[in-house]
Design a protein around this ligand. Structure first.
Ligand code: LLP
Length: 421
């Protein structure tokens, strides 16, 4: 459930009509609902209330400081994958001991910065990385808390570009090798082994792969304890999917996911960490855009929007579906017709949907992409020198600009022409 509903025929974000925001910030823009973000975060809290836990929001899904502050104030930890994301977490007021650092390629600069400024745990993805963390920590005279990210070789049954838990993927340490790497970790100076980490992929719409992975984590945890390691924390990654197509999908609920965790791992007495991104932010955001032109093609009609693949890349990158709805609700029984819905970027790949049934629209009309709060703004670019679009946060009847659209002057000022040219 989200808080984007039609009221008196106009799509609202909570209590704010979208045309009011469009008039204030211009289109296209992203808008997030504070109530929806809060609700989704609390669903995970309820799902894990049987145990000690920390819900570490995956910043990669939505890194706006206002969103991070809202979640941080609710008690969220943060999952970061770069020095930039770490700085965002801290700038939003989240203490270092609630931040976990994941990712396959942490640089020495990043490791040093994070150790200087406080970290809950490194999720370590390889032996060379473990050795680098050990060297840096011992030189600084500190101890780095670590979990090893294991690759359980489980098929997450999701899009190939976002599956991470198969042995052919670049992520994690093969689970069969894990005991040996834990033995190494225990001997290295500056390292405190605190737990096990796993993340098998994103947009999972079936619980079975989670269950398979968590069962392997359970067996490993028991074996590691036998080997003398004090495994007290399990980080289970993110990945729970959301319904992108409201009409025909109903992925599992957080409460059911929590039950899978409890069944597989509940008796181990470990603190549970999870790293959800999409389920918290995805359906808490819309991309609102306006129609530039309607163009008749041969055998198809095009709806040309002022948003493009540089603003929301998921359809062209993953063939992802987003529901696209008019902001002014059509009256019941209004006939619809198929359109190819495209942006102005000079690539055929700049297509959001093909032959999508839409009710009649005219230039200037507003439409909204649903489920755009995760992996939307964060993946945007200025391709075709289109400025990054603004982000807006709504809470009740209030709204605020939380990232401004750069001016063209600001964009141009980032480049410089060498004096010898
Ligand atoms: N933890 C780790 C280590 C991850 O790599 C990810 C996502 C998450 C947590 C959060 O997963 P979530 O709960 O959001 O599914 N750009 C793609 C998604 C990439 C996901 C990458 N890793 C998309 O737009 O579908």
């Amino acid at each position: 459930m989200d808080h984007f509903l039609y009221r008196d025929g106009v799509l609202h974000a909570e209590d704010v009509p979208l045309p009011e925001i469009a008039a204030s910030v211009g289109t296209p823009f992203y808008v997030y609902s504070a109530a929806t973000l809060t609700r989704h975060f609390k669903l995970f809290q309820e799902a894990l209330n049987w145990t000690d836990h920390l819900i570490c929001f995956a910043i990669k899904s939505n890194s706006n400081l206002a969103v991070l502050k809202l979640l941080g104030d609710l008690g969220a930890g943060m999952d970061v994958v770069s020095g930039g994301e770490y700085r965002r977490a801290r700038a939003a007021g989240v203490p270092g001991d609630r931040v976990v650092f994941s990712g396959v390629g942490k640089t020495r600069e990043e490791i040093t910065y994070v150790l200087e400024n406080g970290i809950r745990q490194f999720n370590v993805e390889s032996e060379p990385e473990l050795e680098a963390i050990s060297q840096i920590a011992s030189k600084m005279g500190v101890t780095a808390p670590i979990a090893l990210r294991v690759n359980p070789d489980v098929d997450a049954k999701t899009h190939e570009k976002i599956a991470t838990g198969k042995s052919e993927n670049k992520f994690g340490i093969p689970i069969a090798k894990a005991r040996a790497v834990y033995a190494l970790a225990a001997k290295l100076p500056g390292i405190d082994v605190v737990g096990v980490d796993v993340h098998i992929g994103s947009q999972l719409t079936d619980l079975e792969p989670f269950e398979a992975a968590f069962t392997k984590v359970r067996d490993l945890t028991l074996a590691l304890r036998e080997d003398g390691h004090d495994i007290r924390r399990l980080d289970l990654g993110g990945g729970l999917g959301i319904p992108y197509e409201r009409s025909n999908s109903a992925p599992p609920l957080p409460i059911e996911y929590g039950q899978v965790i409890e069944r597989a791992l509940g008796d181990l007495g470990c603190e549970i960490e999870i790293e959800p991104g999409r389920l918290i932010a995805g359906n808490a955001g819309l991309l609102v855009t306006s129609v530039i032109h309607l163009k008749e093609g041969e055998g198809r009609d095009f709806l040309i929007l002022d948003a493009a693949m540089n603003d929301l890349v998921r359809p062209s990158m993953y063939g992802a579906h987003h529901d696209i709805v008019p902001v002014i609700e059509p009256s019941p029984g209004t006939p619809s017709a198929p359109y190819d819905i495209v942006g102005p970027v000079c690539e055929t790949g700049d297509t959001f949907a093909k032959a999508r049934d839409m009710t009649p629209l005219a230039p200037g009309d507003l439409v909204a992409f649903r489920s755009a709060g995760a992996y939307g703004a964060v993946m945007s670019s200025e391709y075709n020198s289109r400025p990054l679009i603004p982000e807006v946060l709504v809470q009740g009847s209030e709204f605020a600009l939380i990232r401004a659209r750069p001016t063209f002057a600001e964009m141009l000022a980032r480049d410089s022409i060498p004096e010898w040219l």
